[in-house]
Design a protein around this ligand. Sequence first.
Ligand code: UDX
Length: 438
Amino acid sequence: MKITVVGTGYVGLVTGTCFANTGNTVACLDIDPQKVETLQQGEAPFFEPSLSELMTRSIEAKRLVFTNNKASAYENADIIFICVGTPTGIDGRCDTSHVLQVADDIASHVADCNSQPIVIVKSTVPVGTTHKVAERLRGTCAVANNPEFLREGNAIEDFMRPDRVICGIEDDDAKRVLTKLYGPFVGQGRPLLMFDIRSSEMVKYASNAMLACKISFINEISSLCERNGANIDNVRTGMCSDNRIGTQFFRPGLGYGGSCFPKDTLAVIEMGEDANAPCLVNTAVHEINKRQREWFVDRILGHFDYCVKGKKIALWGLAFKPRTDDVRDAPAIDIARTLLSAGAEVTGFDPEAWETFQQEVPDIEIAMDMYSALDGADAVVICTEWSQFSAPDFEQVKALLNSQVIFDGRNIYTPEDMRELGFQYYSVGRPTMEICAT
Ligand code: UDX
């Protein structure tokens, strides 16, 4: 099949590359000529395991091209995927203007060429947006919605072996085409589910809101554990052995960040306001997520009696989660900014996200390896659970730190081990360990 993917962000690039990998001919369109040039070399503009290798393979096989020329990208396309960004606008609402602009571009192309591609909205959009795209196309093409559920750092695997594929599709011919297109990715317990368009749009928001809710829920219970002398590890183990509750997305920590959960919970709240049906749970989920970071950074400041002027604090992990260089809404940003504005010197290390982070927080000093970040620091704060932080050489850590203090925002160590090793150890929802007097 001939596929055009509009937008080469996370969703567009992974979608285009994976469809090319199953033998389709894919043109990825982006308005940024510099980005297109980089992509043509097989270089992904962000870090995602296996993506560049897969891109290069398909470029060499001439199944994947990148262009900023709309006419050539739309020419002869059987299917056009709209994968452009839907950022939160200045008014806090989901900005769908890029999606609608692409719909207008496609409308003028089909009018000129008399072609009839299937137009599929893959961008995350508020309910009703796919119908607005259909209105812009004035009935010339079949229109569908097909949300993505990719996790950064796992995007290729998630695309190739999805839990499910959701399509909001109401046209029978288009249903047949999409069944064929997704054939290599579904089956064997991985369903292709076809719904009406509005339900499909809603599944995406409802799924992300539910996952965000689980995270805020466990973080709220963690706060209760801290204040009542309970241990969240035991509480969580006890809770999760009830099959109805399940085990996933219950890791306490600094809360969620990234490009989806923060934006999507806000969009759900906004949909509730528009429908005069306030989304109270989602509002609380959002508030708890903000509070979690504020409380954690307050504990750091509290440890220093709210006087960090002249103190040096090291951050391990800057990305919003491991295996990505994405720092969008990363807890480390809020933590670094608060510490810097209180007068601390902040040094950070991240295996992938140091450049992107420094663009957000220029005053941070970046260390090129995890140990040099600790040199002379008065504490280390673990903001992201990269695997290389899970078993460091603690003797080296102790030798480099000015004082033996760890703030573990991701609960990657056990409090008892830390006490034995001689650290003052703060974590989330578990007792703080003081340094043993010897
Ligand atoms: C998410 C969804 O999982 C994906 O389906 C959707 O399409 C896009 O948003 P992603 O943002 O890549 O994917 O990351 P994910 O692994 O889901 O984690 C999101 C955030 O939640 C991270 O900040 C992570 O640290 C946090 N998290 C996750 C927790 O704090 N606790 C958990 O138990 C799980």
